[in-house]
Design a protein around this ligand. Structure first.
Ligand code: PEP
Length: 253
């Protein structure tokens, strides 16, 4: 059974103390986590070690970075390498978030390099894809996301692909309060899985967790997560509220 995942993306929010408090509140809920569930906190770089210590004794709770650089090491002032994340035993790394694609000009090729570096270590990439509003309005979202997968992922071996978590995040739904309907989410998740199946076969495609991201809230998580091809969510805004994110974790199927 593929993993069902509730992943928080704090982005550039919260002070260190607020981050500690938020984690403490969520963890104090002692939410029952099933064997096929995972809870991931994508926290800012300076909080990684603190957050890791908080979940150290909890099964299926992990900490994720929100980005890494696409070069191994060297004169890249201000950047954080995969090797650095590995050296503090970080479990996951979000890459290709639409904000990074838009504000930092991250290309599909650059993301393929990040994937290779992450997969060269034991760090699980959470690869984000998703279309802008203009593409959705033109009705070409399937082709758009297919190209993102082809250009970033399709050089991977079957074995490596199985280690990747995909997050489908329609850009028009991120931070806008506009959520994809369950029909829209299911349709494009099924398409993504069929694209993976075409290249790697059904069995491999069925093992990949595909998360939905875009205004997931406590009151819509259950419905979204109940779609057969939606394997949980990548959550921005609602992950900053302990009660809301706890409800989202509880909505995992
Ligand atoms: C995100 O940025 O990954 C995201 C899905 O944000 P929000 O939940 O706020 O739409």
């Amino acid at each position: 059974m593929r993993k069902q995942i509730a992943a928080a993306n704090w982005k550039m929010n919260l002070t260190y103390q607020q981050g500690q408090e938020l984690l403490d509140k969520i963890l104090a809920e002692n939410i029952e986590i099933k064997v096929h569930h995972e809870v991931i906190f994508g926290v800012p770089f300076p909080y990684l070690i603190m957050a890791k210590e908080k979940v150290a004794n909890l099964k299926n709770y992990h900490i994720s970075a929100q980005n890494c650089y696409n070069k191994k090491s060297g004169a890249y002032t201000g950047e954080v390498s995969v090797e650095m994340l590995e050296s503090i035993k970080i479990h996951h790394c979000i890459i290709g978030h639409s904000e990074r694609r838009e504000y930092f000009a991250e290309s599909n090729l650059m993301l393929s390099e990040k994937l290779d570096l992450l997969l060269g270590t034991g760090i699980t990439p959470i690869f984000c894809c998703g279309e802008p509003l203009s593409i959705r309005e033109a009705g070409t979202q399937n082709e758009f996301v297919e190209k993102q997968l082809q250009e970033s992922l399709f050089h991977l071996s079957e074995e490596d692909l199985k280690k990747v978590v995909i997050a489908y995040e329609p850009i028009w739904a991120i931070g806008t309060g506009k959520t994809a309907t369950t029909e829209q989410a299911q349709e494009i998740h099924a398409h993504l899985r069929s694209v993976l199946a075409k290249k790697y076969g059904e069995d491999v495609a069925n093992e990949i967790s595909i998360l939905y991201g875009g205004s997931v809230k406590a009151n819509n998580a259950k419905e979204l997560f109940s779609c057969p091809d939606v394997d949980g969510g990548l959550v921005g805004g609602a992950s900053l509220d302990a009660v809301d994110f706890a409800e989202i974790i509880k909505a995992l199927q």
